[in-house]
Design a protein around this ligand. Structure first.
Ligand SMILES: Cc1cc2nc3c(=O)[nH]c(=O)nc-3n(C[C@H](O)[C@H](O)[C@H](O)COP(=O)(O)OP(=O)(O)OC[C@H]3O[C@@H](n4cnc5c(N)ncnc54)[C@H](O)[C@@H]3O)c2cc1C
Length: 412
């Protein structure tokens, strides 16, 4: 069959590789000049490795990603960097039972409740028993008011803003269930990984059309037997003539945009070797600080130190229109609360924003997920809204690409 795939993120790349391996003639259309999508990276003079435009890592149980990496000879590095939380101006490690025991800012009874509930969520194999719960209500009831007020409520507020109350316990469960203390990173960055999948696909004669933004998929109908759309749902809605009821279904899943301001520094930002810091102080205008060079060695980046400042925002938030200079001015007093002298060590900064980056998962999410098959004949949809109960991730994009390829190959 002649198959067109829209989008060269990990979903499109994996689907292309699998379908080409099954003997199909595959053509990819990608609006950017490179593969990788949300997990794409960039490189500047003096760096040996790409840097992801937004912080990325894998977990040690991300089996689809590990298996694809092995297929394309992508080396993976496993490390156990520190994840911490900023509570009441104090940074504390918060990523294991031992760090929970030592988390003395929370009374012992509450630490025990957090431990028991985390164990329970890790233990459940399917979210079907918890699906109907709102996360914050459940957390307040079982982990307790203290832990919820100190940690979870601010983190939910930081990520989901006004929508924090509608987040399903399933979304939280997926985060706890999948998290592993050790993390994996592809040698050379996620861009290198994506390019290796691209090379493997090219060996199977997949054709890549870059700088090819599709604005109307009907133009492809006559040339291809099947079309796989891996674009965000809202973009699919724009490029295809879809029945109103189906459009409504697609639009029923709200999304957040992601903003990452990257600082390239002469000196480390954190005093300790912390990789990831979740911010619970709601006055901060960002949610996460991730010092990438406390995860991967700085020698790959010309001995420069890399700090990501990350937040999620509603689609029309003013920060999304600001320059990196303006944002840094806004973030500066908060960054100084953690490292008062960081600004003298800034070499340069980069700003990346992505719309439709995070679906909002409410308890009725399952009913809203679109099917692979769309109302349009021979047009299929496979995107990050469809990896429920898991949260979006490269591993699930790869699994999704495999799944859609299997479905299409069966339809010969
Ligand atoms: C801030 C942030 C942090 C993340 N952190 C992690 C992490 O630590 N670990 C992890 O595993 N995952 C992480 N993810 C999620 C991960 O990046 C995604 O789940 C995954 O990359 C999605 O791949 P995809 O192929 O489904 O979609 P995408 O990567 O979005 O691919 C879609 C492609 O379609 C292209 N496109 C869009 N419109 C058009 C058009 N009209 N015509 C042609 N092409 C078009 C886009 O350019 C893009 O390349 C993170 C995501 C974000 C936003």
């Amino acid at each position: 069959m002649k198959i067109a795939i829209l989008g060269a993120g990990f979903t499109g790349l994996t689907a292309a590789l699998k379908l080409a391996q099954d003997g199909h003639e595959v053509t990819i259309f990608e609006k950017e000049s490179i593969v990788g999508g949300l997990a794409s990276g960039f490189k500047i003079k003096g760096w040996n490795w790409y840097l992801d435009k937004t912080y990325h890592h894998l977990f040690t149980n991300d089996s689809s990603a590990i298996s694809l990496a092995s297929t394309v000879n992508q080396k993976l590095i496993t490390k156990r960097p520190e994840t911490a939380v900023l509570v009441k101006n104090q940074m504390s490690a918060f990523d294991s039972p031992i760090t929970l025991i030592k988390f003395s800012i929370l009374p012992i009874i509450d630490r025990l409740r957090v431990g028991v509930c985390t164990f329970y969520l890790k233990y459940i194999t399917s979210p079907k028993y918890i699906n109907h719960h709102y996360a914050l209500i459940w957390l307040t009831k079982f982990m307790g008011k203290n832990a919820t007020e100190m940690i979870w409520n601010p983190l939910f507020e930081g990520k989901f803003g006004a929508q924090k109350h509608i987040i399903s316990l399933t979304w939280f469960w997926a985060r706890i269930k999948k998290r592993t203390p050790s993390l994996i990173y592809p040698e050379g960055g996620f861009q290198t990984f994506a390019e290796k999948v691209q090379s493997e696909a090219e060996k199977h004669r997949v054709k890549f059309n870059f700088n090819s933004e599709i604005s109307n998929i009907s133009s492809l109908n006559t040339k291809f037997d099947k079309i796989i759309v891996t674009l965000p749902t809202q973009v699919f809605n724009k490029v295809a003539k879809l029945p109103i009821a189906y459009q409504k279904k697609l639009n029923s899943i709200p999304h957040l945009s992601a903003l990452n301001l990257i600082l390239v520094l002469k000196k480390p930002f954190f005093i300790k070797e912390t990789y990831w810091l979740n911010i619970t102080d709601q006055s901060f205008p960002f949610l996460v600080l991730a010092e990438h060079t406390n995860f991967m060695e700085k020698k790959y980046y010309n001995n420069q130190h890399i700090l990501y400042i990350g937040c999620y925002l509603p689609e029309n938030h003013p920060y999304l229109k600001m320059s990196s200079k303006k944002l840094l001015k806004l973030f500066d007093p908060y960054l100084k609360k953690i490292n008062s002298s960081y600004s003298s060590s800034i070499i340069t900064s980069y700003l990346f924003t992505h719309s439709n980056a995070q679906p909002i998962v409410a308890p009725d999410y399952k009913e809203k997920i679109p099917d692979f098959k769309t109302p349009l004949r021979n047009v299929y949809l496979a995107n990050l809204d469809m990896v429920y109960p898991w949260d979006r991730g490269v591993n699930y994009a790869i699994k999704l690409g495999e799944d859609i390829a299997k479905i299409i190959s069966k339809e010969k």
